[in-house]
Design a protein around this ligand. Sequence first.
Ligand SMILES: NC(=O)c1ccc[n+]([C@@H]2O[C@H](COP(=O)([O-])OP(=O)(O)OC[C@H]3O[C@@H](n4cnc5c(N)ncnc54)[C@H](O)[C@@H]3O)[C@@H](O)[C@H]2O)c1
Ligand SMILES: O=c1ccn([C@@H]2O[C@H](COP(=O)(O)OP(=O)(O)O[C@H]3O[C@H](CO)[C@H](O)[C@H](O)[C@H]3O)[C@@H](O)[C@H]2O)c(=O)[nH]1
Length: 328
Amino acid sequence: MTKHVLVTGGAGYIGSHACKVLAAKGYVPVTYDNLSTGWAQAVKFGPLVQGDLMDRAALDRAFAEYQPVAVMHFAAFSQVGEAMSDPGKYWRNNVMGSLSLVEAAVAHGVLDFVFSSTCATYGEQDGVLLTEDCRQEPINAYGSSKRAVEEILRDFRAAHGLRTVIFRYFNVAGADPEAEIGECHRPETHLIPVMLEAIDGQRPELVIHGDDYDTHDGTCVRDYVHVMDLVEAHVLGLEWLLDDKGSRVFNLGTGAGFTVKEVIGHARAATGHKVPHRYGPRRGGDATSLVSGSHAALTELGWDPARSSLKTMIKDAWTWHKTGGYPG
Ligand SMILES: NC(=O)c1ccc[n+]([C@@H]2O[C@H](COP(=O)([O-])OP(=O)(O)OC[C@H]3O[C@@H](n4cnc5c(N)ncnc54)[C@H](O)[C@@H]3O)[C@@H](O)[C@H]2O)c1
Ligand SMILES: O=c1ccn([C@@H]2O[C@H](COP(=O)(O)OP(=O)(O)O[C@H]3O[C@H](CO)[C@H](O)[C@H](O)[C@H]3O)[C@@H](O)[C@H]2O)c(=O)[nH]1
């Protein structure tokens, strides 16, 4: 029997990688995406339904046509800087959009739901390693919007029997090692692809957002995880739900933190090129340090983030970058 999975945001960076892995495991990923930040060219592993999360009639048609066994919900806006200047955009799209989707899923009896949350929901916590039971006190509207969706899911679990796996990702990086798909945002704001654009002259330099943080070299610390490892955890999470193991929250990070300056050093080693850079002011909404202190995904899901060294992530991102993939 064909097992369709409705993948919202399947035309985006992480969602497209999820579709590739789902297809490899025998599922048919149905991408539901409005192409606001994603690319039709990234949808290669199953059908594309072009639609918005807020369009309930289009959602109803997609559920009725494909009768998915589950939903993987990636669609959202996700730039911390933009969320600081335009919080309404984040509350509307991420919270109202998710509510519309969850209501449609429940109405169609699709009760297994995997959600992309973020370590940005934890906020600023004095350099502690973050576990799933840490308090969630986001310091930007992006993190607040994701925490709100987690609350919606909690209420729908209680009222409607929804079953959820919530993944709180740390910083996702790298690309499909076969370079069929990769990270492509216009404009790009994420550290590693921005560094690669600076290396090949597509931008004059990387601007480091602040060097006066309370870290050993003054730049922010993040925990980077390979996108392929991350989406493999999603398939494990999906199967966890389909095996009726109950609702659960998992951090997805490696537990290793790197400063921006350290990532620049790794980029030089991985690409053989210096990263042109200069120092700029802090970016609003950035926490000093976000590092996972949890092994739950490893021990409970059996997750193995084998590709998540900075070397491999940057090499895979560089290989993808050099293909010049998507627009045009
Ligand atoms: N990239 C990271 O490091 C990171 C970290 C933590 C969490 N996340 C979360 O992972 C998810 C995917 O992130 P990404 O980096 O792939 O982002 P992305 O921008 O590449 O992909 C998001 C996709 O969702 C679609 N979309 C957005 N709003 C929509 C709407 N209203 N209706 C239909 N489609 C819509 C976009 O067109 C795009 O294809 C997001 O929920 C994000 O918050 C990402
Ligand atoms: O041009 C740049 C880009 C980034 N940075 C710094 O590099 C680090 C990583 O920044 P990213 O923009 O790559 O990632 P964020 O940590 O801001 O956010 C990402 O990870 C978060 C969780 O940490 C969220 O979930 C979010 O969706 C996702 O974009 C931050 O300290 C940032 O200030 C720079 O110095 N210069």
